[in-house]
Design a protein around this ligand. Structure first.
Ligand SMILES: Cc1cc2nc3c(=O)[nH]c(=O)nc-3n(C[C@H](O)[C@H](O)[C@H](O)COP(=O)(O)O)c2cc1C
Length: 367
């Protein structure tokens, strides 16, 4: 899970009660700036839980507004918020969900400390990101802590440099779709800093393993190279065509996807490509369910792959695959590629591809 801990902005000293203390005008301005930076950074919490105290609620609302979300008021994020409260609020979340808590000190700093073992002093308006498989003591890693002054500097200097690449490109559909299918697309912009954990990679491969296949032959094979294995990663990049290397070098995991062309001995398996495609399709959706995007590539040199990896003759290397978390900082990519990530997605209408009764006879139920 990716957990964000945000301390409320600067608030007035006096009010009718502590509960009713509002953000000062300066506090509001600063939180608005921070919220704009959070949006530009591509923060996408699934939930924003805020303490009901007014200064915290106002902070959460300004952030939620910038991110296009709503705020959930949670009494447990009020004074006394602790790790057990965080755990309860995360109980039904997906393993890769992003959750934000907005509240008070010292609780925010203490929870970060309990999760990561790192002593932090959160200033008003400061934000910490902790990556943790579960909200348990010492299970997390403090990925960054942004002080309000840093937010100010980012807002003033950096924002225009962050291209407005969308993190999702939702299609216009002719019928309702499962959310995972609706959200899938093939980015060229990957987050170069965020590793794919072994457990996530295992789930992606397991999804391929459980695909259907003709006679259950499971003809697929995957050659995998992870960014941290530098030599292997470079080796796999070397089989890609230049246009793909330009962006795929920033992915986190690369694969060559192969399939066995024969059922047994020299009886051809007509379904080898079909079955591999199905296994890859499952991988792609499993990956996205964990927040990881996949970009498939036909642009590679199969003969070179065969040579580099000693792929036997009865197997065909069909495609290569690039995996990674979506990155919104695309400055390292050429303009054309940045534009590609921002472009709308297009498809032929169903009437071009769904027939009934004979070839090219449009199925009447489509009307
Ligand atoms: C078998 C296959 C080969 C592909 N080859 C490449 C490729 O070499 N380079 C590339 O940038 N995209 C490649 N793509 C991605 C497609 O261009 C992309 O899926 C298509 O434009 C639809 O966009 P979407 O996936 O974002 O919906 C490939 C996709 C598939 C399924």
């Amino acid at each position: 899970m990716r957990l964000y801990f945000l301390r409320h902005g600067i608030a007035e000293d006096l009010a009718s009660s502590d509960f009713a203390r509002e953000l000062t005008p300066r506090g509001r301005r600063r939180v608005k700036k921070s919220a704009a930076v959070m949006q530009a950074l591509g923060l996408q919490p699934k939930r924003i839980y805020s303490s009901p105290r007014l200064r915290s609620r106002q902070t959460a609302e300004l952030v939620a507004q910038a991110l296009g979300m709503d705020v959930d008021l949670a009494e447990s994020v009020n004074f006394g918020f602790d790790l057990a409260d965080a755990r309860r609020l995360c109980a039904n979340c997906e393993p890769d969900a992003e959750i934000m808590f907005v509240g008070h000190n010292p609780d925010m700093s203490w929870v970060v400390n309990e999760l990561t073992g790192v002593n932090v002093a959160m200033k008003k308006g400061g934000l910490a990101r902790v990556d943790a498989p579960i909200a348990e003591a010492d299970a997390g890693e403090l990925v960054w802590l942004i002080a309000p002054k840093v937010f100010d500097a980012l807002a003033e200097n950096g924002q225009s440099k962050i291209p407005p690449a969308p993190t999702q490109k939702l299609p216009t559909t002719q019928a309702a779709l499962h959310e995972l299918i609706r959200q899938r697309w093939s980015p060229v912009g990957f987050d170069r800093e965020r590793p794919i954990k072994r457990s996530a990679l295992m789930s992606i491969l397991e999804a391929a393993r459980w695909a259907a296949s003709s006679s259950n032959l499971q003809p697929w094979r995957f050659i995998v190279a992870r960014r941290q294995d530098k030599g292997e990663f470079a080796k796999l990049l070397s089989v890609l065509r230049e246009g793909n290397i330009a962006w795929a070098q920033h992915a986190t995991v690369l694969m060559v996807a192969c399939s066995r062309k024969f059922r047994k001995e020299d009886i051809p398996n007509r379904h080898a490509g079909h079955d591999l495609g199905l296994a890859v399709g499952q991988m792609v959706l499993q990956a996205l369910s964990q927040g990881i995007y996949v970009h498939q590539m036909g642009g590679f040199f199969p003969d070179k792959a065969r040579e580099v990896y000693a792929i036997p003759d009865d197997f065909e290397p069909y495609t290569c695959l690039a995996f990674g978390y979506r990155g919104t900082e695309l400055g390292h990519l050429a303009e054309a590629q940045q534009a590609r990530d921002a472009a709308a997605r297009e498809r032929q209408p169903l009437a071009e591809m769904v027939f009934s009764g004979g070839w090219a006879q449009v199925a009447d139920f489509l009307d």
